[in-house]
Write a protein of this length. Structure first.
Length: 221
């Protein structure tokens, strides 16, 4: 039976790559996007629901699928207001998990981050950690939380500082051995491949480390 997938964050780096993969995958008949604005030029296979996704509950009747992929995330630079930041990075994934549970969606996959820790004194890590705890508390049948390191890939936005930082980081990566290996850049391409491998497997592993993401992507077959 062909499947229906939901994507949250389809206009971002990871979400846009995932969307392209799902469009080309014959296992998926329908892809539902929930976003603030419509994405133009998509085929009939895609159904778009446009509105305020900070109030995801209002989409409950349409939030029905076999799998949910949550690629939502912001940055301190884009969202300096910590209240709004938490509404996005914590609020949206948790609301999506609650809707998934309520509507009987068996698979929920969300992108978190390396270092996520609900007891951290670092706001970013604490928010991601609290999100993970809240998502897991919904006890969805198949929940996978991916914890990538710095995400690499070609972004639509031009962020000079980030580009320079990534170049420097790539130069020092060969020196990351042993316990430091997990801090190597995680390519968005690998994240999306790992998400699809997990969704189409019997795995019940909940926390997927940056190193495991790369292994799943490499051993996709």
């Amino acid at each position: 039976m062909k499947k229906t997938a939901i994507i949250l964050g389809a206009t971002g780096l990871t979400g846009s790559i995932l969307l392209e993969k799902l469009l080309n995958d014959t296992r998926y008949e329908t892809i539902k996007l929930f976003s603030r604005k419509e994405v133009e030029g998509l085929p009939a296979k895609v159904i778009q629901f446009v509105g305020d996704i900070l109030d995801l509950e209002k989409f409950k009747a349409d939030f029905i699928a076999d799998e949910v992929y949550c690629c939502i995330g912001t940055t301190a630079k884009k969202t300096p207001d910590k209240v709004l930041y938490k509404k996005i990075d914590f609020g949206i994934p948790v609301a999506a998990a609650k809707l998934s549970k309520a509507n009987g969606i068996p698979t929920f996959i969300v992108v978190s981050a390396l270092g996520a820790n609900a007891t951290s004194t670092i706001f970013y890590n604490k928010t991601k950690g609290e999100m993970e705890q809240a998502v897991l508390s919904e006890k969805i049948e198949k929940t996978h939380i991916l914890q990538p390191s710095i995400i690499g890939g070609k972004r639509q936005e031009t962020r000079i500082g980030e580009k320079i930082g990534l170049v420097v980081f790539k130069l020092i990566q060969p020196f990351f051995f042993g316990k430091l290996k997990k801090y190597r850049i995680t390519e968005a391409e690998d994240i999306t491949q790992a998400m699809m491998v997990l969704a189409n497997s019997t795995s019940k592993e909940q926390i997927i480390s940056s190193e495991k993401i790369k292994k799943l992507a490499i051993n996709k077959n």
